[in-house]
Design a protein around this ligand. Structure first.
Ligand SMILES: [Ca+2]
Length: 190
């Protein structure tokens, strides 16, 4: 809604040239605003050539769309986009949780960052970065190793690119038929 101050200013700006042109007023215009105020401007209706309002757009605000939780399947060759775009230049926390399996022999063995299936990746496990966030693994985004977490929850800071974020599991893109499970990814503005 246009503020009263703005309306008053526009009316004055509109009328000053007219008043200057005609030198005097022999009537008045009453403007009733939504707030209930009546503004009286000394001018005759015959003096009007035109009257126009210029709407001023409010400055673009940073919209905080809040947290978003997405499920990224490991048993289908799909990529999941966040519903909300991530504001350009804004920092977010991306948290991935859950376990998956890529071989159909169990319900786990891999999480967002680590392969911890001992028969496949040894006692110390291996960093597989199966979850891709805009094509990157979580350790790539973190810029450092993410220690194995037996709770299988990992968090990274992520800088918004002004577009939705794309999430997918690597193995699922070409070998999903024996895959099991999904990961949960929560995106929260910092
Ligand atoms: Ca597979």
């Amino acid at each position: 809604m246009k503020s009263l101050k703005t309306v008053s200013r526009l009316l004055l700006l509109s009328c000053i040239p007219l008043l200057s042109l005609f030198g005097y007023a022999h009537g008045s215009m009453k403007v009733l605003t939504k707030s209930g105020l009546t503004i009286t401007v000394p001018i005759s209706k015959d003096d009007f050539v035109s009257l126009s309002f210029e709407e001023q757009q409010p400055p673009a605000a940073t919209v905080d769309l809040g947290p978003e939780t997405l499920v990224v399947p490991n048993d289908k060759p799909v990529k999941v986009n966040s519903k909300n775009p991530l504001a350009k230049g804004r920092w977010y926390i991306i948290e991935a949780s859950g376990v998956i399996n890529d071989w159909g022999n169990a319900t786990d063995g891999i999480d967002a960052v680590w392969c911890y299936a001992e028969w496949r990746c040894g006692k110390n496990g291996e960093v597989w970065n199966q979850l891709r966030i805009d094509g990157k693994g979580m350790t790539d985004i973190a810029g450092q190793q993410l220690p194995y977490n037996p709770e299988h929850v990992y968090r990274v800071r992520y800088l918004g690119q002004g577009k939705p974020v794309e999430l997918y599991m690597i193995d699922a893109q070409g070998s999903s038929s024996d895959n099991i499970g999904s990961l949960t990814v929560k995106i929260t503005p910092e």
